[in-house]
Ligand binder design. Sequence first.
Ligand SMILES: *[C@@H]1O[C@H](CO)[C@@H](O)[C@H](O)[C@H]1NC(C)=O
Ligand SMILES: *[C@@H]1O[C@H](CO)[C@@H](O)[C@H](O)[C@H]1NC(C)=O
Length: 259
Amino acid sequence: MPQFKSSLGMMALTVGSAMAALDSCSSNSSLSCHGSSKTPTCCFQYPGGALLQTQFWDSDPATGPTDSWTIHGLWPDNCDGTYQASCDSARAYTNITDILKSQGRSELLTYMNKYWVSDDGSDESFWEHEWSKHGTCLNTIKPSCYSNYQPQEEVGQFFQKVVDLFKGLDTYTALSNAGITPDSSKTYDLADIQNALSKIHSGVTAYVGCESDSMDEVYYFFNVRGNVIDGTYQPTAPLEKSNCPSSGIKYTPKSGSSN
Ligand SMILES: *[C@@H]1O[C@H](CO)[C@@H](O)[C@H](O)[C@H]1NC(C)=O
Ligand SMILES: *[C@@H]1O[C@H](CO)[C@@H](O)[C@H](O)[C@H]1NC(C)=O
C-alpha cells in the first residue's frame, strides 16, 4: 500500500508540473524593439525590449573567481536607453534563496554563490534587488502568462535564464583569447576590447564601462523574439556609448580575491 500511495503522489507531481508552464509563443512572434506595436503581451517584451546581460569585474574589493567576470543581472531597457524599474512591489520577494531551494534549484544556487556575488552586502539582498528592480519589469513572465501558475515560478525561471545567458558570454576568455588579461603593468585600447567581445556576441560589440580608466563592467545587449525564458535572443549593438577612454584602459587583477 505505501508503494501504491507514493507512486500516485509521483504521478500527481508530474502532471502538476507539466501543466504549470509559461505559455508558448509562436516562432514568428515580433522581435522586441522592432515593428510598430506598443502593446506588451506575453510574447512581446515591451517597453523593455532591450535586454542587457550585465557583468562586473570587481577587483577592489575583489569578488568571484580570479579568472571570471561575475553576474550583475538581466535588465529590460526601453529601446531608447531609458528603463522602467521596480514594476511590481507585490512580487518584491525577500526570500530568493528559499524560493530557489523550494523549486529544487540547488545546482543553480551553488553556481550563483560563486558567480553572482555582491561586493558590498549579502548575495541574497543583491539577488532580491536584481529581481525586484529589473525582473518584475519583464512583462513576458508576468504570472498571467502562465497556465496553472505556481507562485514564484517565474522567479526561478528568471535566475536560471540569467545564469544560462551568462554561461554563453564568457568575457574573461573572450578577452584573454585576444591577449587582454588582467595585468597591472599593462593598458589596453577600447577598440581591441570591443573587438574581442564581439567575437562572442555575433559580431556586434558590447558596452564597456570604466571607473577611473579601469574596466569594471560589460553589458551585452539583446532583443528577443517571444518571451524572455524560451524566446530567441538576438545580439544587438549597445544603446550606450562606452565611458572608457579610447586607450590606456586598465584591467586590474583580482589579486585579493579569496575565491
Ligand atoms: C504567425 O503564424 C501564425 C500561425 O502559423 C499565423 O496565424 C500568424 O498570422 C503569424 N503572425 C505573423 C505576425 O506573421
Ligand atoms: C517567499 O515569500 C513569499 C512572500 O512572502 C511567500 O508567499 C512564499 O511562500 C515564500 N516562499 C518560500 C519558499 O519561502
